[in-house]
Design a protein around this ligand. Sequence first.
Ligand code: IPD
Ligand code: CA
Ligand code: CA
Length: 265
Amino acid sequence: MTLKCEELLAFALRIAEQAATMMQQARETKAFSADYKADHELVTSTDLAIDRYLCGEISAAYPSHCILSEESSPNLLLGEAPTWVIDPIDGTVNYAHQHRHVAVSIALYVDGQRFLGVVHAPFLEECYWAVKGQGAYLNGARLKLTDTVSLRNALVATGFPYQKNALEPLIKRVSNVLHQCQDIRRNGSAALDLCWLAAGRLQAYYESVKPWDMAAGALIACEAGAVLGRYDDVTSDWPLEINGDALLVCVPSLYEPMQQVLALD
Ligand code: IPD
Ligand code: CA
Ligand code: CA
């Protein structure tokens, strides 16, 4: 399939910027409400408004493409058509609590592979993007990881699920990381964790997340030179390229050491 890469990237950057503006405006005017969609899982009216905006723009511009969206189509199966994978707000809890670590995440998969990714964080004034094989960028500057790092000076990010029924292994892994690495961060946006890894501010990231949390950030991290693998078994049915189970993304030299740190014996 011939896809116009520059046109697609320009489109994704444009709708991400508008989504970012919507986030800012709703926060400035306090024009949003928050609700729970599951036990502990928050959703705000801004998540839903941005979802409607993004889906409308994508359907109008690319009617033959599919959309896998956290808020409106989370069960879509990846088929043959190019598929947009969107998280209208990654970092909803941060957003609701006036924190700055919040982003819109937009990815495009083609033939089941990551093709482009945009992560725009309005309160940090950072827009990350990558196209497969063409590198990763932050506000127009190319990102390239340096890999002179040991476990001892690795800053490691992770996150915790909304469901609180299986915390024991998580806590064991956090304990291992605290004992063997420099420190740990729980910043509240998986998409930004992956981008901050790409920017060299973190050296490893691990967590089990959903496809929309990781789709764009995974491409951005890999295009900056990170490796992507697993620290445990994949248990959900998503195809691997889009599967966020037991994700371990880090600078190449830390991949095996981090697998050992995260192994539970
Ligand atoms: C969440 C964030 C968080 C991660 C959670 C995600 P949301 O996404 O990415 O960092 O730890 O697993 O669900 O709910 O803010 O879109
Ligand atoms: Ca998310
Ligand atoms: Ca979200």
